[in-house]
Design a protein around this ligand. Structure first.
Ligand SMILES: [Zn+2]
Length: 485
């Protein structure tokens, strides 16, 4: 099927950088883009006319936990463990996780993927679906929703063990168990290469830098090279992890990744904010520190600001990473799976970090959410509108309360557009959001299912959580109830 899109603005890629084409046209033939420019004489099967629309490449999200994230909404906000430097990882996320059932994962995964698409996000590096739904259901969900997704089982040979109130350490469970998981990842990659019409991108997911031993990281590196797969691992994601790495090895998380050889151009570092020189880490950089190591390696950092901002943490300047030569991409991690919102947050946190309005510039943020993510995944056919690239794109209406008046559509997109302004989303040449509505799933039923799952999880918390607290004790409501004493 062929498709033509006429937009007020088209963000075309000229082979080097994005350019704005006023009154532009994009023509899609099958799965790929055939033409980008001004005017088109040929015929297509369907025209989408967007005379007030901004046509952008489908955004790339390099870190999302789709099957587990919706439970966090209204629950991790305004909370965090002071003894874990405000992180939720060791405490209230544990309470929620233990109260989930398999049917919850399924409905949450669908919801998260739907959220991504409705915010113009067409490719995701998704971390939770294979472990929680099983490979078959995970792939089926991606097939159904129509998104492009990277998937893998999670590989680790350690677990977090909370030994004391404020002490969480790595308990090693043996290299063999990690290697078994790595075999599973290889089987998954071999079984599902080409699945979902090529929209499924196999990868290898190391869990966290402090749950994968040096030997396991070396094994992951060998396997990734052999199978030519992108790799991701959480590293530099909280102060506790940074301190544990120093205590265990005398190396920072980034130094350790370099030592094991896992750090390389095919590695996406999940979060990567807790590094040398960061004010919360207070660990001195040597010879340029972690930023220089990251830059020299060619690795990509997945910058996922909102989840950290909520606990008073932040990456210390998107612009500083770029200036050091680090490839930065953007991810949502948890709710809301709204990359437009995340881009805005990345821009503002960078400005706040540098006390500088030029920091976190719209141009750099847009590049990170498109070309930066594509580079991280080793793809030159994503994150850009150019002939030959995959036909993943979104149309954002500018004639809305968020959009007008528009002169520079990219600055407006980063600073004021909302996901409700996203009218059409196309993945692999197929329209998956049509005039604001998902074509692949009943939206109303999905919302009801998610609400029901949330209510059931919160009710189950006291029976499963080892501290035996209720949902309202773990995460107090903002206001007291009317009839509460
Ligand atoms: Zn994560």
């Amino acid at each position: 099927m062929s498709l033509g899109i006429r937009g007020k603005f088209v963000v075309g890629f000229d082979g080097v950088e994005h350019r704005i084409i006023r009154d532009g046209v994009v023509v899609v033939d099958g799965k790929r883009i055939k033409y980008v420019g001004k005017g088109y004489e040929g015929n297509v099967d369907r025209w989408i006319d967007a005379p007030t629309g901004l046509v952008i490449p489908g955004l790339i999200n390099t870190h999302i936990h789709a099957a587990t994230a919706p439970k966090d909404k209204g629950f991790i906000d305004d909370t965090g463990a002071r003894h874990f430097y405000m992180s939720s990882l060791g405490e209230n996320l544990t309470a929620l996780g233990q109260a989930m059932r398999s049917s919850d994962y399924e409905v949450f995964a669908k919801f998260s993927l739907a959220e991504c698409l409705k915010s113009g996000n067409t490719t995701i590096l998704e971390i939770s679906m294979v472990p929680n739904l099983g490979p078959e259901k995970a792939v089926k969900t991606i097939e159904q929703l129509g998104i492009r997704a990277t998937e893998s089982p999670i590989v680790a040979d350690g677990v977090w063990d909370r030994t004391q109130v404020a002490d969480l350490r790595t308990k090693w469970i043996g290299l063999e168990s990690g290697l078994k998981k790595l075999d599973e990842a290889e089987r998954f990659a071999k079984t599902y290469t080409g699945a979902c019409g090529g929209r499924l991108i196999p990868a290898i997911y190391g869990d966290t830098v402090d749950k994968c031993s040096a030997d396991l990281q070396k094994a992951i590196r060998i396997k990734a090279n052999e199978l030519k797969l992108p790799v991701t691992i959480h590293a530099g994601q909280w102060v506790v992890e940074f301190n544990n790495m120093i205590r265990m090895y005398g190396r920072t998380p980034i130094e350790f990744l370099k030592d094991t050889g896992l750090l390389g151009p095919d590695l996406i570092v999940g979060h990567g904010w807790a590094i040398t020189g960061h004010p919360m880490i207070n660990y001195p950089p040597v010879d340029g520190g972690d930023l220089t190591i990251l830059a020299k390696s060619g690795a990509t950092v997945s910058h996922d600001p909102l989840v950290f901002v909520k606990r008073g943490n932040k990456m210390h300047s998107h612009t500083a990473y770029l200036k050091a030569g680090v490839n930065v991409s953007i991810g949502t991690d948890t709710v809301p799976q709204d990359l437009l919102n995340e881009m805005r947050m990345a821009s503002y946190t960078s400005k706040l970090a540098d006390w500088d309005c030029h920091s976190g510039a719209s141009r750099d943020i847009f590049n990170s959410a498109t070309l930066g993510g594509a580079k991280g995944l080793g793809r030159n056919d994503l994150g850009r509108l150019a002939p030959g690239a995959l036909a993943d794109l979104a149309i954002v209406d500018m004639e809305t309360f968020n959009g007008v008046p528009y002169r520079d559509p990219i600055k407006n997109l980063i600073n004021s557009s909302q996901r409700s302004d996203v009218r059409w989303v196309i993945v692999d040449g197929k329209v998956v959001v049509d005039d604001g509505k998902l074509t692949t799933i009943d939206e109303r039923k999905l919302l009801r299912d998610v609400q029901k799952a949330g209510e059931e999880i919160w009710a189950r918390i006291p029976e499963h959580y080892y501290l035996k607290q209720t949902a309202d004790e773990v995460s107090p409501l903002a206001f007291k109830l009317w009839d509460e004493k």
